[in-house]
Design a protein around this ligand. Structure first.
Ligand SMILES: [Ca+2]
Ligand SMILES: [Ca+2]
Ligand SMILES: [Ca+2]
Ligand SMILES: [Ca+2]
Length: 228
């Protein structure tokens, strides 16, 4: 362990969600559609998951090598557990693109008011941050070279065949259900065109050792996420 590791924290935005998010409101302009890229649907507001299941933390850049250190947290802000079997999570916003989207295994769920963390590599996250993630992305050379048998893996999905690698210069995180409805989409650093509209990006990290943490639920990631 390097001394820099002591400055890292465990994923912890779950502690911040209570209170901060409860007072916020969701803006209906969020790009969610019945099909991922259709603007026809009135999906927003008609699906309770859009308000309750959110990307709550993104660690896209760590001190030292990023390989295996990245993670994404998802929170269930609702009062009922949510079954996320077959839901897709990753950084590939375009079907058939070269980044990664992977599926949660059967039986995956998030309890009410709780969050889960998906690590790029469980073993590397464990060593770097001293916690145990709930899931890890599949084993892959360089970014998850050793499978952690104690932590279940997301599995390959048809959407994309690449690897989840959260670019330090700007990227995005996408969560969809098993029918490809967009549940949450968070670009960071660079505003992004998605679902036919420009989506404002979360700000860059203020400094290494921090992550992007959701404080608000306005649907504007430039306001909702804070580097902490
Ligand atoms: Ca990175
Ligand atoms: Ca991307
Ligand atoms: Ca594993
Ligand atoms: Ca990427």
């Amino acid at each position: 362990m390097t001394t820099s590791a002591q400055h890292h924290k465990q994923p912890w935005s779950k502690k911040l969600l209570i209170g901060f998010l409860a007072a916020s409101t969701w803006i209906s302009g969020f790009p969610v559609a019945g099909q991922a890229y259709s603007q026809e649907s009135s999906h927003v507001g008609s699906d309770e998951r859009v308000r309750t299941l959110v990307i709550s933390e993104i660690l896209y850049n760590a001190e030292g090598s990023d390989d295996g250190t990245e993670y994404i947290e998802i929170a269930n802000l609702g009062s009922e557990p949510i079954d996320i079997s077959g839901y897709l999570l990753g950084d590939e916003e375009t079907e058939g693109g070269g980044e990664g989207m992977f599926a949660f295994p059967a039986g995956a769920a998030i309890e009410a008011g709780r969050s889960i963390v998906v690590a790029q590599s469980s073993l590397i996250n464990k060593e770097k941050y001293d916690y145990t993630p709930d899931y890890e992305f599949p084993q892959v050379e360089r970014y998850n070279p050793l499978d952690d048998p104690e932590v279940p893996n997301l599995t390959a999905a048809e959407w994309a065949e690449g690897t989840v690698i959260l670019a330090n210069s700007g990227d995005d995180v996408l969560l969809m259900d098993q029918e490809l409805n967009v549940i949450d989409y968070v670009p960071y650093i660079n505003d992004t065109e998605f679902g036919g509209q420009i989506v404002k990006a979360a700000p860059p990290l203020a400094q290494l050792g921090e992550s992007l943490q959701r404080y608000y639920l306005t649907g504007d990631a430039s306001r909702d996420f804070i580097s902490q």
